[in-house]
Design a protein. Structure first.
Length: 364
């Protein structure tokens, strides 16, 4: 058995979220490689029974923070569980991932943890009232890992000497992707996976759809993910007379998401940096789609520059310029066999197994 590793994450399955998906893959990989993994995370999944069943199947320990009546009570409860875990299991290495998890670093330092590694996804460094406190806590880390070069660029100069880039990876064994063959029937079937928001770019895609449909009349756009402002996006769809061209799926089961990936042509990631408060740190759904041969059109000047190799497994564009989006769509359409093959190769080249090799170097 190798060293014990405590992973404190702001998200964790079965609830949705890229940070949780990252923490889950990292935990599974380290556990399979002989590390004794322990998870501290929040419990906010709507189906408590499903969450409990999920936790029972894990090969490592997980302790969830149960929601209390007030924010102060939540934090006291969280800090107690973390301190108890550190002392009970004699933890020497902690991995911090996700925005609010960073704030517990000073407490961990007090308890003489030797090695703290913080993983930065992007949203942690958005401008907000708590940014100064976040940076103070981040400075207490021994090492900082950014999931993309764009995310690393957000880290202040005085902390950059601690920072390294390890891109997100994809678990190729999780997806049934080997049998897909490409077809251009009904091109383009467009897809975005992620919570519907300004950052993820679904609003941009919908605004561009009338012009895309003029060029490609059979266009259909699938939005997969939670939507807090569902009425707003429904109103936009109605206003643009796109009811027959857009499907809002909400959160899908894994098997249902597999079907969407396997029938889509292009993954649309027209992400916007939301007033410098929210950023697209990498875009894991790009790699998931790539497994099925689905190329992506993504935003320049974001973490997508690490997940999309321009003109290889997709196209990088200005997310606010329809002419660039149209040019990218036409280029993919005219060269689809190449994009299909290269997307699959790109996904396999970015498997989690390779990422784990990189992470292990920092744990030794």
């Amino acid at each position: 058995m190798k060293n014990k590793v405590l992973i404190i994450s702001s998200e964790f399955p079965p609830g949705p979220g890229g940070i949780g998906n990252h923490a889950f893959n990292l935990s599974n990989g380290l556990s399979k490689r002989g590390y004794e993994v322990i998870i501290n995370t929040k419990s906010d999944y709507t189906d408590k029974n499903q969450e409990d069943l999920f936790d029972m199947k894990l090969s490592y320990k997980i302790f969830r923070f149960r929601r209390k009546k007030t924010s102060i009570q939540n934090w006291i409860h969280r800090l107690k569980i973390i301190r108890r875990t550190v002392l009970r299991y004699d933890i020497k290495h902690v991995i911090i991932t996700g925005e609010f998890s960073i704030w517990v670093i000073p407490l961990i330092k007090i308890n003489r943890v030797e090695n703290i590694t913080t993983i930065i996804h992007g949203t942690e460094l958005g401008k907000n009232l708590f940014l100064r406190w976040t940076l103070f806590c981040l400075g207490k880390s021994n090492k900082i890992i950014a999931v993309s070069n764009f995310t690393k660029s957000l880290i202040p100069k005085k902390l950059k000497f601690k920072a390294h880039v390890i891109n997100n990876g994809v678990d190729s064994n999780k997806w049934r992707h080997t049998d897909k063959k490409y077809t251009l029937i009904n091109f383009p079937i467009l897809l975005t996976v992620g919570s519907i928001s300004v950052r993820k770019g679904q609003y941009n895609v919908i605004k561009f759809l009338p012009q895309i449909i003029k060029e490609f009349p059979l266009t259909h756009y699938h939005c997969v993910g939670n939507c807090k402002d569902k009425e707003d996006i429904k109103e936009l769809i109605k206003k643009l007379k796109l009811n027959n061209f857009v499907t809002l799926h909400g959160i899908l089961k894994h098997s249902e998401l597999e079907k969407i990936y396997s029938t889509s042509h292009v993954n649309m990631m027209l992400s916007n940096n939301n007033n410098n408060t929210d950023f697209e740190g990498f875009g894991i759904s790009v790699l998931e789609g790539n497994l099925y041969g689905v190329p992506a059109i993504g935003a320049k000047e974001s973490g997508l520059e690490d997940s999309i190799r321009n003109h290889y497994n997709g196209e990088l564009v200005d997310p606010n310029k329809i002419e660039e989006v149209m040019r990218a769509l036409k280029n993919i359409f005219m060269n689809y066999p190449k994009y299909f093959t290269r997307s699959k190769a790109h996904a396999i080249d970015n498997r989690w197994e390779k990422r784990l090799d990189q992470y292990e170097k920092y744990f030794q």
